[in-house]
Design a protein around this ligand. Structure first.
Ligand code: CP
Ligand code: NVA
Length: 320
């Protein structure tokens, strides 16, 4: 049985197997066969969502399945029923599950107890469907492989989105630069898990240092200076400064991350024709300047639309 629980647990071969099938779903959106006819899939969400919810609901229906949206607040899970019990009950009734929640361990436990194909639709640790979509979108819009390219992530370098980017870099062989204040750098343990040989202890380093690691087939660079990180980048990428679940830290985060905005002067440092992406929702004037977002709206909203096509390819890969 196949699951998509994280990019950490996905091989380069499987990433390519998914990405290779996306054009089939995008080009033949309504003509495609309906392989999930007779299936019912559950979406179990403990956090808000626009793109992920709608793209999975529409995508599953277009593949022939019926869909149940279960807000965690409305089922017994929200009142403390263990995930293992929820998983065993749903596993006996539905054919697959899409889960958005806090702890990665809950998605992993759901997959092992339910015995049905399970997709991570965002946890505090990873957002694998988003980053597979971003890579598809980069390759679609540039006509080039992401291998060997420079991707610069600017902002909260310790949240789920850059973490999935780290594992993507390790598998697909590109350079990922993360520009963030040091308290928003990814955990050293994470880089070790991605394959970094060298240890790092940022508490022992002077401010301003760049750390460079070989991780699997790729490279990860951690930087404090976002202008340095933007130089010659093929893709500039950002995400919200206050991820879901971090609302209590909002004031500190807005202050500490205020220099880490994608704007015209940062874009000017990247390669000519560099792409600018945002996983959305966007907070204009915070992680991205409003005018820059509008200049790159075609890329950013193609990225959003592609969630639908990529996730259909993910489901097809899991169920075929
Ligand atoms: N990018 C993304 O996952 O958006 P939603 O939170 O709206 O699903
Ligand atoms: N890092 C963000 C991503 C939103 C799609 C969050 O977890 O809220």
């Amino acid at each position: 049985m196949k699951h998509l629980l994280s990019l950490e647990s996905l091989s380069a071969l499987d990433m390519r197997a998914i990405l290779d099938r996306v054009p089939e779903f995008k080009l033949h959106r309504r003509l495609h066969a309906r392989p999930l006819t007779g299936h019912t899939w559950a979406l179990i969400f403990s956090k808000s969502s626009t793109r992920t919810r709608v793209s999975f609901e529409v995508g599953l229906r277009e593949l022939g399945a019926q869909v149940l949206f279960l807000s965690a607040a409305d089922i017994q899970l929200g009142r403390g029923e263990p995930i293992q019990d929820t998983a065993r009950v749903l596993g006996s009734m539905v054919h697959g599950a899409i889960i958005r929640t806090f702890a990665q361990a809950d998605v992993d436990a759901f997959a092992s107890f339910s015995l049905i194909p399970t997709v991570n639709a965002l946890t505090d640790q990873e957002h694998p469907c988003q980053i597979l979509t971003d890579i598809f979108t980069f390759e679609e819009l540039t006509g080039e492989s992401i291998e060997g390219k420079i991707v610069t992530f600017v902002g909260d370098g310790a949240c789920n989105v850059p973490t999935s980017w780290i594992f993507a870099a390790a598998r697909l062989g590109f350079e990922l630069r993360i520009a963030a204040p040091r308290q928003f750098w990814p955990d050293p343990e994470l880089l070790r898990r991605a394959g970094a040989q060298e240890d790092y202890r940022w508490d022992l380093r002077p401010t301003g240092i760049t750390e460079r690691f070989t991780v699997g087939a790729g490279i990860v660079e951690l930087m404090v200076d976002c202008q340095l990180a933007a130089r010659n980048a093929d893709l500039l990428y950002t995400d919200v400064w206050v991820s879901m679940g971090k609302e209590a830290e909002a004031e500190d985060r807005l202050r500490l991350l205020s220099g880490y905005q994608i704007n015209d002067s940062l874009v000017a440092l990247a390669r000519p024709n560099a792409l600018v992406m945002h996983c959305l929702p966007a907070y204009r004037g915070k992680e991205i300047d409003g005018a820059t977002l509008e200049q790159h709206a075609k890329t950013i909203f193609t990225q959003a639309e592609n969630r639908l096509h990529v996730q259909k390819a993910i489901i097809a890969w899991m169920t075929s």
